[in-house]
Write a new protein. Structure first.
Length: 114
């Protein structure tokens, strides 16, 4: 995936907005995985989903927020996973565009995973 980020940086630096946009869209698609499954979630996770759905302005933001809800309310031993979840939720509720949601999620990943 790092090679895709590098290609995006090069396209952006060269002013090639069409390729940069396509690469950015591809990156966002890889970051946001479908959430719908036949799994029963806890009340806390379900309430979190509802809260995110009320605030999210794009489908991407909804997906990022849903992932955040799962991480925040997971039984993970690692508090960084819960912090990452909170970060995703914050991004989902505040991002006004698809690209802002993707960039925010990337920032969360950099802060809590790298």
């Amino acid at each position: 995936m790092e090679d895709v980020y590098e290609a995006l940086r090069k396209a952006h630096a060269a002013g090639n907005t069409e390729d940069a946009r396509k690469l950015a869209d591809y990156i966002r698609e890889q970051q946001v995985k479908p959430v719908i499954k036949n799994k029963k979630h806890s009340k806390a996770v379900s309430d979190c989903f509802i809260s995110v759905a009320k605030s999210a302005k794009t489908k991407s933001a909804s997906g990022i927020g849903a992932r955040g809800c799962k991480l925040k309310h997971s039984n993970s031993f690692f508090s960084s996973e819960r912090q990452l979840g909170k970060c995703y939720i914050s991004v989902a509720k505040s991002a006004k565009t698809k690209s802002a949601a993707g960039l925010g999620a990337r920032g969360c990943n950099s802060k809590y995973r790298d």
